[in-house]
Design a protein around this ligand. Structure first.
Ligand code: GAR
Length: 238
């Protein structure tokens, strides 16, 4: 069976990345990992990739966003960035969000995303896997990866049973709500936040004695099973 080429983006520890590396190395999935990119320098996930002989790169989002705080000049933006088009497509902000806030977000992200694309498009990649990548991607980036109409190519893992608890703290939100079942979801990325088509989910029981740490531990163990399975599902349909 043909192997697919998988690119990965991370922000932190990279335990999901490790699960995918292990699955690829032991041929449990028909995939080769061609790069690991991070928005955060010096994270453990980058070390994991390097240890496995995978190319790595960093696009330091915090630095880029900070450098834009004193104003963004037209020249700073990618030449192929059309602000009105991206603003019309995005589903990240509620109607009524101050226009300056939306503009700052979309423009700073496009500057960072252009740099990400500069690295990613060097590779022959079939699927982009977000493995604990904590940055929201805008339509500017998504459209430059999803170039075949109707075909999603960016996968994400979320630490909750979507559509419940989107956002940055899925396990925390699940725990604080008092849920008795938690879970994780692998889905494709679309123009909203954690709203794209669901590929797979796994659930676990939350007992009365469980702490937030227990919930995270149980959840991550499910994530490490689920992500390779969903990548294989993509490879099977490729
Ligand atoms: C995982 O729990 C993943 O679901 C979550 O970040 C963690 C990364 O762990 N992702 C998100 O919240 C995405 N919005 P890891 O770096 O050990 O794989």
């Amino acid at each position: 069976m043909k192997k697919i080429n998988v690119g990965t983006l991370i922000s932190g520890g990279g335990t999901n990345l490790q699960a995918i590396i292990d699955a690829a190395q032991s041929n449990r999935i028909s995939a080769d990992i061609v790069f690991t990119g991070s928005d955060n320098p010096g994270v453990k996930g980058l070390e994991r990739a390097q240890h496995a002989g995978i190319d790595t790169f960093v696009v330091d989002y915090s630095k880029i966003i900070k450098s834009c705080k004193n104003g963004i000049k037209e020249d700073d933006l990618p030449t192929d960035f059309n602000f009105e088009e991206i603003k019309a497509k995005q589903k990240l902000f509620k109607a009524g969000t101050p226009s300056g806030q939306v503009a700052f977000f979309l423009k700073t992200r496009a500057i960072a995303e252009k740099k990400l694309l500069g690295h990613i498009l060097e590779y022959d990649m079939d699927l982009l896997v977000l493995a604990g990548f904590m940055r929201v991607l805008t339509p500017y980036f998504i459209d430059r990866i999803n170039t075949l109409s109707g075909r999603h190519r960016i996968m994400n893992i979320h630490p909750a049973l979507l559509p419940s608890f989107p956002g940055t703290d899925g396990y925390g939100d699940t725990f604080r709500y008092g849920c008795k079942i938690g879970g994780c979801t692998v889905h494709y990325i679309d123009y909203g936040e954690d709203t794209g088509p669901i590929i797979g989910q796994k659930a676990f029981e939350i007992e009365d004695k469980d702490t937030l740490e227990d919930v995270k531990r149980k959840g991550l163990a499910k994530e490490w099973e689920l992500y390779p399975q969903c990548i294989q599902k993509f490879a099977d349909s490729f």
